[in-house]
Ligand binder design. Structure first.
Ligand code: SF4
Length: 339
């Protein structure tokens, strides 16, 4: 066992975070927790984890639920593709694999929504498989420990990080070691204010010695999110609002959202807004909703039943029970306050 590995495990034994999914080796629960945490902080994720295991206590319950039920349980977490993939994978395990949860990384990676990190985390924690789980935290710790100066997210950096992670991995406690690296990255070797004075491996850390800690990992410029220009219609009928159950591929697939028109350019969108404003149609001023890969610039106008699309009219009181993007309740709040 290397000194670094020994120090990290000893630190973990003393300091590990008390998280609900760490009290079990049930691969289904560990999988749920990993998927919840893919784009969510631990603090936000814990209540959702409890809600999901209460709503779907077994893999069978998740596999046999309706998609609408799953999306509803996921409401508030965003990134609904995670929920859809979760259920698809549960159905594959239940119907095609006889309910036997795959017990190694290779087979886990064949399931939808399970990539190299999630598969390694599940297989090392639940089944003690000797594989490294490499996420952003681990990349940060290792690029600092080794003072890796190539940009992160390049093949060279990832290869170097994987090699070091593999060498460091504790052969007899792979799950604990992976969790230890995650905890070290989340609580000590943090992005902006690392607590190097409390770090169990500071004496081996090359970036600490070279004073390059805050330069690691070296960032590559982020791709700019795609701008989209939308006009959303609020169509009201007898105390109900018209929604479209979005069928096409895209960020809102299988969710309920307002009917909308999309413009090709900012100029066309601004021109349309000016026309609506002039016509006296009730409106909400233009606003921006930023997602990871898209920047939605939108305004909202009162429409009528001639607007495009097949509408499902939902009673205003029941809107909060719809599987819907986070933007929908935000707009409903604005309508109540501004119209
Ligand atoms: Fe991270 Fe500082 Fe520890 Fe190096 S010494 S691993 S930079 S916390």
């Amino acid at each position: 066992m290397s000194n670094i590995q020994r120090e990290i495990l000893a630190w973990f034994d003393e300091n590990k975070r008390d998280l609900p999914w760490r009290k079990t080796k049930n691969p289904y629960f560990i999988w749920l927790s990993e998927v919840v945490l893919q784009q969510t902080t631990i603090k936000q994720g814990i209540p959702f984890f409890f809600l999901l295991i209460q709503r779907f206590p077994t893999l069978k319950d998740l596999a046999l639920a309706t998609e609408s039920d799953v999306l509803l349980a996921w409401k508030g977490l965003g990134y609904y593709s995670r929920a859809r993939n979760l259920q698809k994978a549960a159905q594959i395990i239940w119907f095609n694999l006889g309910g036997n949860f795959p017990n190694n990384q290779k087979e886990l990676m064949r399931l939808p929504g399970i990539g190299p990190y999630t598969s390694a985390a599940i297989s090392s924690i639940a089944f003690n498989e000797r594989v490294s789980a490499i996420d952003g935290n681990v990349i940060r710790v290792i690029t600092r420990l080794e003072d890796i100066a190539t940009p992160v997210n390049t093949a060279t950096t990832i290869q170097n990080v994987s090699k070091t992670a593999g060498e460091l991995l504790a052969k007899n406690r792979p799950g604990d070691f992976n969790e230890a690296m995650m905890d070290l990255g989340s609580t000590i070797c943090t992005p902006r204010s690392p607590k190097c004075e409390l770090c169990p491996v500071s004496k081996y850390c090359k970036a600490f010695a070279q004073q390059t800690v805050l330069l690691r990992p070296l960032k590559k410029k982020k791709a700019t999110p795609k701008n989209r220009f939308l006009c959303l219609y609020i169509v009201e009928k007898n105390g109900a609002i018209g929604f479209i159950h979005q069928n096409q591929k895209g960020i809102w697939r299988n969710l309920y959202f307002f009917p909308y028109i999309e413009y090709d350019s900012k100029e066309a969108w601004e021109g349309a807004f000016k026309k609506f404003k002039k016509s006296g149609t009730p409106y909400l001023k233009p606003s921006i909703h930023v997602l990871t890969h898209q920047k939605l610039q939108y305004f909202v106008v009162k429409g009528d039943q001639k607007e495009p699309g097949q509408l499902s009219f939902i009673d205003i009181q029941k809107i909060s029970t719809l599987p819907a993007p986070i933007l929908l309740p935000k707009i409903m709040d604005r309508i109540q306050n501004e119209w």
